[in-house]
Ligand binder design. Sequence first.
Ligand SMILES: O=C(O)c1cc(=O)[nH]c(=O)n1[C@@H]1O[C@H](COP(=O)(O)O)[C@@H](O)[C@H]1O
Length: 273
Amino acid sequence: MTTQELVDQIHKKKSFLCIGLDTDLEKIPQFLLEEEDPIYSFNKAIIDATHDLCVAYKPNIAFYEAYGVQGWSSLRKTIEYLNTNYPNIFTIADAKRGDIGNTSTRYAKAFFEDLNFDSITIAPYMGRDSVEPFLQFKDKHTILLALTSNEGAFDFQTKKIDGHELYKEVLSVSTTYKGSENLMYVVGATKAEYLKEIREIVPNSFLLVPGVGAQGGSLKDVCNYGMTKDIGLLINSSRGIIYASNQHDYAEAAKLKARELQIAMEKEMSRLN
Ligand SMILES: O=C(O)c1cc(=O)[nH]c(=O)n1[C@@H]1O[C@H](COP(=O)(O)O)[C@@H](O)[C@H]1O
């Protein structure tokens, strides 16, 4: 999917919501465990109930890998279901990969070609030659961790080297990478006040912003500091939406939570006009 197609979907749906499919067998309604593939059944019901309220889904790969071959099969069925039934939805493999060049190319093939995701999250720590292999795929997007939502972000990301915080180096240096037009960045919603300075370095890039809902980030603050004329934001919520209920109404409850966020997003978008 091209960035322009994503922007068009955001305007059409009046939403820049990304729903995180962090599907955990211990948290889903327990009656689903009787199904042949409980993870897939859960994801399918959540997707069918919420697809018109969001523009992206982000399965976090850890939740699938944790169940071995069966989990990987559930992931494949989920992405195929999305690509077949809702081709206008942007898909994010939250895999946080990155390695020496030839290994990164294999990761890229796994997620962009074999599974056919539109994008993948990547850790920037190994530098240019670990990221550039992902950037060579046409209409695929690489979402680089810049300033993450967790406490540990302060261990390294905000430390200064040569007078600049490390996350700012990640932002500015990565814009010189070959294929950098395919870059997006992760900035945690819990760090909204940093967005003003981030926008000075990457004024137009799309930002994936996790951390609203369960981690306590504020949608309003993120929009105040981070929204661009093309919106430029994908705001993710996982647990806050998908585990709204663990009873028979779980999909309907997820839909109501997604609707709340979509309404708040529509309001923020109307302030741009
Ligand atoms: O890359 C991510 O998506 C990510 C980056 C980050 O800084 N913080 C963060 O929480 N995430 C992911 O975003 C999701 C947040 O989930 P909830 O806190 O349940 O909404 C999880 O899948 C995290 O792995």
